[in-house]
Design a protein around this ligand. Structure first.
Ligand code: ADP
Ligand code: MG
Length: 330
């Protein structure tokens, strides 16, 4: 990297804001070497994932820098969660437009620091470049799972139940609030859905507990229906969702009642970062207990059949049509 990216030079920037996030992590070499080393625990596989967030696409350039950092990290922790992996370390690539100042980095790094503690990860490397385009943040996260036990999208079997964690559709509402649309929510509910859009809650404690219990698992990032479509395709099964059983927050219910958003918008809106998984019916009791021990709301929302595709049924058992099943970039 030859171009100066900021008032602080590239190396001062790394030393001031990012090296402290590496701390004394073994193998990170204080972010002063070309690469980092990671030794997985005995009997474990490394699980690797990467996700980028782009200003104007995944967040607003004016969002608080700390929450931008948290979202960039958390969408990756969510992918690890969906695979049953325990997060360990991450790498961070920043493509910076002109004008990002030192105060922005300070706030950005503080968001990362907070979440490092929360998710038990440390920064072990990255890259910092200048760009004429929008601010872009790419995180690569590495986690661990017992050897051969990573949860897959492809394991759903006819007869399984479909489960979902937390509530669905809040971030889709939060996006509308962020765009200053009137979704008919009072202040408190408006703030709660905006918070869910900005700072997702990765379900990694749950994900870890689902190893050996769930047949298939993924995180809901594109929209519940679209993501269950991915599960059905990779697993080679049909998935039926009973729409009225999909868990909604009080805020989402209130927007629905006010007629400001349709159920299908909530079922196909992206950015939930909840886990959707299939498990045999024999696991129902175990999963109810697991909801308590992991302090995570779990809801049974559908079933797996022979066949293909995903359908959502209304209260009368009629199929709900969707104009789009979820978010797609292209
Ligand atoms: P090189 O040009 O040799 O690839 P860099 O100058 O890109 O090295 O990076 C120097 C060191 O700083 C490396 O250890 C790299 O991992 C780390 N680094 C650079 N940018 C970041 C960043 N945004 N976050 C964390 N570490 C970074
Ligand atoms: Mg190098």
């Amino acid at each position: 990297m030859t171009e100066r990216v900021n008032r602080l030079g590239e190396f001062e920037l790394i030393a001031k804001h990012f090296a402290p996030l590496a701390g004394k992590t073994p193998g990170a070499y204080g972010l002063k070497d070309d690469a980092a080393v990671l030794t997985p625990a005995a009997g474990h596989d490394l699980v690797l994932t990467t996700d980028a967030v782009v200003a104007g696409v995944h967040f607003f350039p004016s969002d608080p820098p700390a929450t931008i950092a948290q979202k960039a990290l958390r969408v990756n922790i969510s992918d690890l969660a969906a695979k049953g992996a325990t997060p360990r370390v991450y790498l961070l690539t920043l493509a910076l437009p002109p004008g990002v100042d030192d105060a922005w980095f300070t706030a950005f790094a503080s968001g990362l620091r907070r979440d490092q503690v929360r998710f038990g990860v440390t920064l072990v490397g990255g890259d910092t470049v200048a760009t004429p385009g929008p601010l872009t943040i790419s995180v690569t996260a590495l986690g661990e799972v017992a050897r051969g036990k990573m949860l897959l999208r492809g394991g759903a079997k006819a007869g399984d139940d479909i489960w979902v964690s937390g509530t669905i559709g809040d971030a889709a509402l939060g996006l509308r609030v962020a765009k200053a649309e009137d979704v008919g929510l009072d202040k408190k509910h408006g703030a709660s859905v905006l918070h869910r859009f900005r700072i997702p809650e990765p379900r990694w404690v749950l994900g870890r507990a689902l190893v050996g219990v769930a047949h298939a698992c993924l995180d809901v990032s594109d929209g519940l229906i679209a993501d269950l479509g991915h599960m059905s395709e990779v697993s080679g099964v049909k998935i039926e969702v009973e729409a009225q059983t999909v868990p909604l927050s009080p805020a989402a219910r209130s927007a629905l009642t006010a007629g400001r958003i349709g159920l299908s918008d909530l079922l196909t809106g992206g950015d939930d970062y909840e886990l959707a998984f299939s498990a045999p019916a024999a696991r129902r009791h175990q999963l109810s207990a697991l909801a308590l021990t992991t302090k995570t709301k779990l809801s049974r929302v559908g079933r797996v059949f022979k066949g293909k595709g995903v359908v959502a049924l209304d209260r009368q058992g009629a199929e709900i049509g969707f104009t789009r099943k979820g978010f797609a970039h292209f």
